[in-house]
Design a protein around this ligand. Structure first.
Ligand code: ATP
Length: 423
């Protein structure tokens, strides 16, 4: 019994590493498959089907090697247990037979020994099986247990209160933030968006514009400084209450694998069909949806792959319009749209944003001329601030960006006119 228990425990502990490795390789193979299937367009753009198949095959082969080791070690465990049980039974039986032949035991004692040993081995066998099963279940759960110990990056403070929104003034006070320690993405950023006003964030790519929106939405907490809404520090209020007042149109819209109607309704699932259609009309997508055979019941596919970039963006705008939040964050909300659709939507966006505090991120400066204040970000700092005309007069970074964009616009127009004249 002792030998059986010792061997079972030692071998089960030893083979745990194979099971763990097998799980890791299984995760690798599956994530590799999901990644290449999700990015199927990129795979085709670069003719990389063979490469992906090869990578997947390598991952599967590694998994199979680990699985083989795990199965082989299980077979070793079972065989060792069988050998111990068999040897015990053989030794005991031979001893009994010897004692019977010596006349010290009767045949009935031999049978009694056999019955006893079977009664002993059955629970012993179960012990071995359950010990192994529990051990492998714990190994299988390891990933989940690690996930449960993961600390939330942003946590509600103890006894955090709901945000009490009155006017909707947003204030950044000397905010400094870095995603990775040592690399500051925002430095000493201070600005105020008065209630109901619009502030535009412009600047080169990577200067930290979207980061400002993420901080306001509290995806992260700043390392220093404070973000306030109506005088309340956002880090002291409940995240759910904060987010219920804010609507975001993100840079990259991702949709659920559901109908267009349900995707629009996602911002307010209780909205009626009438309200949903009104929002779609305001986002200039209602007519386009009606052109589809199944209208609002059209499935958009995984991550919305059956819609064009501009259509997805309009769905995102419709969602935000339906939510009717008090504070609106637009991160390049119309960047994927053609000029005509953009101007159609700009009008409804202007209507939605009127009397609502709005922060707009834009690369096309022509879309933010009317903003109450324009902040020019450069390397995480606010390099310039003011209205469009003031910034042009100042002749700094903004004026240079404006001139460049106007110039490229003029060049495009001239090229078009020339081509038309030629034809
Ligand atoms: P764009 O106009 O191209 O959208 P942006 O001004 O909005 O740029 P941000 O998205 O705010 O730029 O990014 C600012 C910097 O922070 C970039 O250098 C970017 O690489 C880095 N960054 C953004 N998100 C993360 C992240 N999750 N982890 C680490 N670094 C990040």
């Amino acid at each position: 019994m002792l030998l059986y228990l010792t061997c079972t425990i030692l071998i089960t502990e030893w083979r745990t590493k194979y099971r763990r490795e097998m799980n890791n390789q299984d995760n690798n193979a599956k994530s590799r498959a999901v990644d290449s299937l999700l990015n199927f367009e990129t795979v085709k753009y670069f003719n990389a089907e063979d490469y992906e198949v090869q990578c997947f095959e390598e991952a599967i082969l590694k998994y199979q090697q680990c699985e083989w080791k795990s199965s082989a070690s299980l077979a070793l465990l079972n065989q060792t247990q069988n050998v111990i049980i068999g040897s015990g039974l053989l030794a005991g039986s031979l001893l009994c037979a010897y004692l019977v032949s010596e006349g010290r035991f009767q045949v009935g004692d031999y049978v009694l020994f056999g019955t006893y040993i079977i009664q002993l081995y059955t629970p012993l066998n179960w012990f071995g099986t359950y010990y192994r099963l529990i051990q492998s279940a714990f190994v299988d759960m390891e990933n989940m247990l690690v996930l449960l110990t993961e600390q939330k990056e942003v946590q509600d403070a103890e006894h955090a209160d709901d945000l009490h929104l009155s006017a909707g003034q947003v204030e950044f006070d000397r905010v400094t933030f870095s995603y990775v320690s040592g690399i500051e993405v925002l430095r000493d950023v201070t600005f105020t968006v008065e209630a109901g006003k619009t502030v535009a964030l412009v600047g080169p790519s990577g200067s930290g514009k979207s980061t400002i929106l993420r901080l306001l939405f509290r995806f992260y907490d700043p390392q220093s400084g404070c973000i306030r809404i109506d005088g309340q520090d956002v880090s002291t209020v409940r995240q759910t209450s904060l987010r219920s007042y804010i609507g975001v149109v993100p840079q990259d819209t991702v949709l659920f694998n559901d109908t267009i109607g349900n995707n629009i309704r996602y911002s307010r699932v209780t909205a009626s069909s009438c309200e949903m259609e009104r929002a779609a009309r305001a986002a200039d997508i209602h007519n386009r949806i009606l052109e589809l055979p199944q209208g609002y019941d059209t499935e958009v596919g995984e991550r919305g792959l059956k819609l064009s970039g501009g259509e997805k963006q309009r769905v995102a705008i419709a969602r935000t319009i339906l939510k009717a939040p008090r504070i609106i964050l637009l991160d390049e909300a119309t960047s994927s749209l053609d000029t005509q659709t953009e101007s159609n939507i700009q009008a409804s966006l202007a209507e939605v944003c009127s009397n609502r505090t709005t922060v707009v991120v834009a690369h096309r400066l022509s879309t933010v001329i009317a903003a109450d204040q324009i902040l020019v970000l450069h390397s995480g700092r606010i390099a310039e601030r003011g209205r469009h005309e003031e910034l042009l007069v100042r002749g700094g970074l903004y004026a240079a960006m404006w001139r460049k964009q106007q110039k490229s616009l003029d060049t495009k127009t001239n090229t078009k006119t020339l081509t038309q004249d030629d034809t």
